[in-house]
Design a protein around this ligand. Structure first.
Ligand SMILES: [Zn+2]
Length: 430
């Protein structure tokens, strides 16, 4: 039920053909948050749909109509790029760029909501990603660290806070066993830290609060003879925790020397098992891939953030000739949308002609992957739907990803188109 409420609270519409989206009732203005126009609507506009804000041929927004109905949302609406080929609207999850729900993004959203409601949010001064999840250490140790910093480790003070135990004392020195005491302040812990083979000496008396010194403990490097090339601090915490449990549950006392040497050997053993797998880079296709009688298009975009304007350029290579084309577009939200627009424009240009076989080249890997694997991207939804729809008009259609260095001509055209685009968008000219 929590999941249902979470999803209901964080879904929105991405505009395809705009039919059936009531402009006042459905959240359709943003891909990041649930946003709809502010009401109350005039009676005559009560049942208005998004499609009524498009031009009759549905190729673009109807600016006069937007100004009449929702003048305050003009720029927001113009930044949305609906489908020109009538793709249906799509309900999306607002927490991911794909618009698809994942447990991971659901958890993140729920946590954000929960933290917003807490007076004292969970330790936010910790960089969780960098100093917990991205540390090079065993997954079990990461999970353990996460528990340490969430106050979820069953040390005396945490158990007492949950009314689980009466004895909250450290088994070695009869002081309250808190996370900070166990790992830093207890004499035993201080001896362990002082024995660690760090290249820089650690002033153990300065170690008071684990959350605030964790970043610096993680960056300590070990002296080469120890054989530990990565971080040792996580393994020290892990070692202290094992020693503490061994004492409580097995009545076995370990020495600080034993703790540090087992931490070192555990770190070394784990590091030696990590085989670096080479990262795969996509192989670019050879420079010219032109099957016989196929028209080849190279498209590219240039985007200027402060003007939110895109220059679009494409070249067309046919059997004996090369044609250069350019265009521009205003209210473009990102460089990725610009790349999508460039490809769509180039294809639209060609559908009208008598071309049966088309091969397109783009240097946008995200765009290429989205088309190849069908991975959804919310901000490209209408454009991708159009590209797929346009591609079916050809007898043969294919697309490749090429390196930017092979796309210089289209790139230059796109840059030129951006320069040509007037500073004031056409609809604003007096
Ligand atoms: Zn103690």
């Amino acid at each position: 039920m929590i999941g249902r409420d979470l999803i209901l609270k964080n879904t929105g519409w991405v505009v395809g053909n705009g039919e059936s989206i009531n402009i006042w009732e459905a959240p359709w203005l943003s891909l990041e948050e649930k946003r709809r126009p502010m009401g109350p609507p005039p009676l005559a506009q009560l049942n208005m749909k998004v499609v009524h804000l498009l031009q009759p041929n549905r190729q673009d927004w109807n600016i006069e109509e937007i100004r009449r109905v929702l003048p305050q949302e003009e720029e927001t609406i113009l930044s949305l790029k609906p489908s020109k080929t009538g793709a249906p609207n799509k309900l999306i999850w607002l927490g991911t760029t794909s618009g698809e729900y994942t447990t991971r993004s659901g958890y993140k959203t729920a946590l954000k909501e929960q933290n917003a409601n807490l007076e004292d949010p969970l330790a936010t001064d910790i960089n969780w990603v960098r100093y917990i999840w991205k540390i090079e250490t065993a997954p079990k140790v990461k999970l353990f660290l996460w528990k340490v910093f969430c106050a979820a480790l069953p040390v005396g003070s945490n158990l007492a806070a949950r009314n689980i135990t009466n004895s909250t004392l450290c088994n070695l020195c009869n002081t309250t066993e808190s996370t900070n005491h166990l790992f830093l302040q207890c004499n035993f812990a201080q001896k362990v830290w002082s024995l660690a083979p760090f290249s820089q000496s650690v002033d153990v008396r300065g170690l008071v609060d684990l959350a605030s010194c964790w970043h610096s403990l993680c960056t300590l490097e070990c002296l080469p003879p120890s054989g530990v090339s990565g971080q040792l601090a996580p393994w020290i915490l892990w070692g202290i925790w094992l020693a503490r449990n061994n004492l409580i549950f097995n009545n076995k006392q370990s020495s600080p020397e034993e703790v540090i040497s087992s931490a070192i050997s555990a770190a070394r053993e784990w590091l030696s098992e990590q085989v670096k797998t080479p990262t795969l880079t996509p192989t670019p296709l050879p420079r010219e891939t032109r099957p016989p009688h196929t028209t080849v298009v190279y498209s590219d975009a240039a985007w200027q953030a402060d003007r939110r304007t895109a220059g679009l350029g494409w070249t067309i290579r046919e059997d004996n000739s090369t044609t250069q084309r350019m265009s521009h577009c205003y209210f473009v939200a990102s460089p990725l949308v610009a790349e999508g627009l460039a490809l769509r424009e180039a294809m639209t240009d060609y559908v009208a002609r008598d071309t049966r076989r088309l091969h397109c080249n783009t240097d946008s890997l995200i765009l290429f992957n989205a088309l190849k694997s069908g991975t959804p991207i919310a901000e490209l939804y209408g454009i991708l739907a159009d590209i797929i729809s346009l591609s079916s008009a050809f007898e043969h259609f294919s697309i490749s990803w090429i390196r930017r260095t092979y796309n210089k001509e289209a790139d230059a055209l796109a840059k030129q188109a951006l320069l040509n685009a007037s500073v004031v968008p056409a609809p604003y000219r007096a």
